[in-house]
Design a protein around this ligand. Structure first.
Ligand SMILES: [Zn+2]
Length: 271
């Protein structure tokens, strides 16, 4: 049976917001993050699924025991940056610091080397391609930051839809995509997993697996427990953060029941 890749963006709900995204947010709702992550870990155990947790440095610094627990339960800890700032909002120097600080905090929490990075908001775009040099210089084995689907926040038009190797020698793992009525959409994660019908997501992953390709599923712990932000949100942010959240657990556990999932580092066999 073909394996697929499961990824979690481990962040506070305030980090998932995109308005004021370039502010450093270190005011984490620790008890809620702890609760929702434990729920997720229990669900993953029930289905014997293992995931890559793209974790913020600020969380590793403030809640090292949570990060250690995720690691000890057999999941991969990778970097989601330190403060969840979009890469294109940073200078190359600031990005390097943010990334290096996150790697240090994560490695301190688990005692284990970090192999991968996912930019907040898939924010490696044509404006921030310089980030790839820095990611390579940090010795990472893979990146998961470039979306071939365009939105107002992210995307590189024409970027490859399936994993590929950068000239620096590390892998790029794009989100799973599918053409719908001639338009490319992301399938199997966040807003798109909540918005698209379950049978559609399942069909896309099945046909990928038939072609010997893996699907990539991604989520945030707050989606699983159907928690909504207490902040006052604009209509756009409300929809992106909360749309159809009530369907999330059913769809996610449906996928866990139907497919097998590995962390990215296992899929790539790096160590
Ligand atoms: Zn994120």
């Amino acid at each position: 049976m073909m394996n697929n890749v499961l990824t979690v963006d481990l962040e506070d709900m305030s980090h998932s917001r995109y308005e004021n995204a370039s502010q450093a947010k270190d005011d984490i709702d620790g008890p809620f993050l702890d609760y929702s992550t434990n729920q997720l870990l229990d669900v993953l155990d029930r289905y014997s699924a293992k995931a890559t947790f793209f974790t913020l440095g600020v969380i590793a610094k403030k809640m090292p025991s949570l990060v250690k627990r995720i690691h000890d339960r057999g999941h991969e800890i990778a970097s989601h940056g330190f403060y969840h700032k979009p890469v294109y909002a940073l200078t190359p120097e600031d990005f390097r610091h943010d990334l290096v600080d996150s790697l240090t905090a994560l490695q301190d929490a688990t005692g284990q080397k970090v192999y991968g990075f996912r930019a907040p908001y898939w924010s490696v775009t044509n404006r921030s391609l310089w980030a790839l040099d820095i990611i390579g210089e940090c010795g990472l084995a893979y990146d998961s930051s470039i979306s071939p689907v365009m939105s107002f926040l992210y995307g590189i038009k024409g970027a490859p839809r399936f994993m590929y190797k950068h000239s620096k020698g590390f892998w790029e793992i794009p989100p799973t995509t599918c053409a719908v009525l001639g338009k490319l959409v992301i399938v199997g994660g966040g807003f798109y997993l909540r918005a698209l019908p379950y049978w559609f997501t399942r069909q896309v992953i099945r046909s990928l697996n038939k072609d010997r390709r893996f699907g990539l599923v991604y989520l945030h712990p707050h989606e699983l427990v159907n928690q909504r932000s207490a902040d006052v949100l604009s209509v756009g942010e409300y929809v992106i953060l909360n749309f159809n959240k009530g369907s999330f657990r059913r769809k996610f556990t449906g996928l866990l029941g139907e497919f097998t999932f590995l962390p990215i580092k296992k899929m790539l066999d790096v160590s």
